[in-house]
Design a protein around this ligand. Structure first.
Ligand SMILES: NC(=O)c1ccc[n+]([C@@H]2O[C@H](COP(=O)([O-])OP(=O)(O)OC[C@H]3O[C@@H](n4cnc5c(N)ncnc54)[C@H](O)[C@@H]3O)[C@@H](O)[C@H]2O)c1
Ligand SMILES: Cc1cc2nc3c(=O)[nH]c(=O)nc-3n(C[C@H](O)[C@H](O)[C@H](O)COP(=O)(O)O)c2cc1C
Ligand code: SF4
Length: 506
């Protein structure tokens, strides 16, 4: 029987996936399977067709297309490529060129089927972890080279080693699923498409450091992810993957979901901890680091969704297998996210070392406007703007840092030649002014003064003097801010001035 996979994630549903599924279900001889999204963003749901001979097509299908596709024989497998059928031929190679480890099951399995999960390799990592000592699990993660996928790139295993070594009667694992950065959506897609992987990763983390309780701090803007994760946790408890005696090992760990309230700053780990404790989300000074004094003052692992969701594959296949991907100190794969003015937006999981240009042009297909690409902002709203002349930069934490940029969470937002970089720099300050927690002066006041300074530069008011003032302000915010909100806002500003200075004249 022909199987048609129709995504269930929020983005796909917002463009009619439920109706597509309904219409296709009515066709004899076709089974509809709802999975998470494969990760390609389109204005129609990306549907995949599989016949007994294998996968025959992957492409966008709007509800009103279904009847036409049936008439064309596509759903009976007579048309080999659904993309070609719709005049779009790029999608299948786009998927095949990826190296999906963290996202291996996303778009393949029913997100809430425990049977599907184990049939596709789920729980193998947890079983392996439970056969090792906690210290051995930690060292496996250290050896894999995994670095924090939330943006800062701190080695995950080293963080866990600190928590393991801390003496306390109570320890926690907290997953940062606040995903506040514009142009990032991988955390959401992972949770909506393969939630058990995150649960498994958190359970392994808890075993490794000696924690008994975990929290997922999930943004309220993701109601589908909240519902999916809560249901997955219930199922995991029934399966014995969580609870008083995980897989009969005697180890106890349970997990709770806490929903944020729309503050970007609550993605900063110490604000997130304050919020989890029921307080207003403001930044705590570090040290002490959360690894030593985190949630309710106890040693706490704080990791991003993707850092935790990558741990099961590392445990299942070994540190060496994971570290075989990547370059330099940027090992493994990263889940890059293409957005903005790009022809084919979506998730691209590949080994580190791929260039920015390959991602934007080969995977992304250039701009959606058809005009030439002018710049990409990498790493969210606090990341640098890179001109096309720098698109041969490899996606590598150190190479980006050397270029005055950051890989961050792997979000890439593309702009065409019509972008005005002075207004983008102004926006960086505006964003900081709106999202600042207000605790320290360089950020709270500096962001407002930054907007005014850029306005004077663009108006041609004492331009040279104000450019110097802008540079001073950026230096002060970088060095004097309590957290990376104020500390990194100068990065997009300075990169815009450095690479696109012509936009700052009247
Ligand atoms: N994902 C998003 O939506 C988003 C949004 C805004 C910013 N960011 C990212 O956040 C980053 C900044 O985050 P940050 O301020 O938490 O970075 P950081 O460098 O202060 O910390 C990174 C992580 O390493 C831990 N750590 C640091 N030193 C340690 C040590 N010696 N031992 C154990 N653990 C240690 C920290 O507790 C934290 O968990 C930026 O680079 C940006 O890319 C991400
Ligand atoms: C303003 C600000 C917002 C942040 N938002 C997020 C976020 O939404 N998700 C995230 O994982 N990390 C975010 N971070 C980074 C966290 O503070 C922290 O470094 C991360 O959760 C650690 O996990 P990792 O080591 O697995 O990346 C943010 C940092 C700052 C300064
Ligand atoms: S840099 Fe901004 S967000 Fe961070 S503590 Fe200071 S005021 Fe708050």
């Amino acid at each position: 029987m022909t199987k048609v996979y129709v995504p269930t994630d929020a983005a796909a549903r917002s463009v009619g996936a439920d109706e597509v599924a309904e219409r296709i279900t009515a066709i004899a001889g076709v089974e509809v399977v709802r999975t998470g999204s494969r990760g390609m963003l389109w204005l129609e749901p990306m549907v995949e067709v599989e016949t007994p001979e294998g996968r025959v097509g992957y492409g966008p299908v709007a509800p009103e297309d279904v009847d036409g596709l049936v008439a064309a024989g596509m759903l009976r497998g007579e048309v080999r490529d659904i993309g070609a059928c719709l005049g779009l031929v790029e999608e299948l190679p786009w998927m095949k060129r990826q190296q999906r480890l963290t996202f291996a099951r996303v778009g393949v399995v029913d997100p809430l089927s425990a049977g599907d999960y184990t049939a596709h390799g789920g729980i193998a990592g947890l079983r392996r972890a439970l056969s090792l000592t906690p210290a051995e699990v930690v060292e496996t993660v250290v050896d894999s080279g995994l670095r924090g996928r939330g943006g800062a790139g701190f080695p995950t295993g080293i963080k866990w080693r600190t928590v393991l070594g801390a003496q306390s009667d109570l320890k926690f694992v907290c997953c940062n699923a606040d995903e506040g950065d514009s142009g990032t959506f991988a955390d959401r897609m992972l949770i909506e498409g393969d939630p058990f992987t995150l649960i498994e990763g958190m359970t392994i983390a808890a075993y490794a450091v000696g924690a008994t309780e975990g929290y997922v701090y999930l943004r309220s803007e993701y109601p589908d992810a909240v519902a999916t994760l809560k249901e997955a946790i219930e199922i995991a408890r029934v399966e014995g993957w969580l609870g008083a005696d995980v897989l009969g090992s005697g180890f106890t760990f349970d997990l709770h979901v806490r929903v944020g309230a729309g503050a970007y700053i609550c993605g900063e780990e110490t604000s997130m901890l304050e919020s989890l404790e029921g307080k207003r989300g403001t930044v705590r000074a570090k040290p002490p680091i959360p690894a030593l004094e985190g949630l309710f003052g106890r040693p706490t692992v704080v990791n991003n969704v993707l850092s935790l969701a990558t741990v099961p594959t590392i445990l299942a296949h070994g540190a060496e297998a994971y570290a075989a991907y990547g370059v330099g100190r940027s090992l493994g794969t990263s889940v890059f996210q293409l957005g903005g003015n790009v022809a084919r937006g979506g998730i691209v999981e590949t080994a580190f070392g791929i260039t920015l240009g390959e991602l934007v042009n080969d995977f992304g297909g250039g701009t959606s406007s058809g005009r030439p690409v002018r710049a990409a902002q990498v790493g969210g709203p606090l990341g640098a703007y890179l001109p096309v002349e720098q698109f041969d930069l490899p996606m590598d934490y150190e190479a980006f840092a050397a270029a005055g940029a950051m890989v961050g969470h792997g979000g890439i937002v593309v702009f065409d030649e019509t972008v005005d970089m002075a207004s983008m720099a102004r926006f960086a300050f505006e964003f900081c002014a709106a999202e600042s927690c207000g605790k320290c002066t360089p950020c709270r006041v500096g962001a407002v003064r930054g907007v005014e300074t850029i306005d004077r530069i663009v108006a041609g008011d004492d331009r040279q003097k104000n450019l110097v003032l802008l540079d001073d302000l950026c230096e002060l915010m970088t060095d004097g801010s309590l957290c990376a909100m104020g500390g990194l806002t100068p990065m997009p500003v300075r990169s815009a001035v450095r690479h696109f200075g012509e936009d700052f004249t009247t």
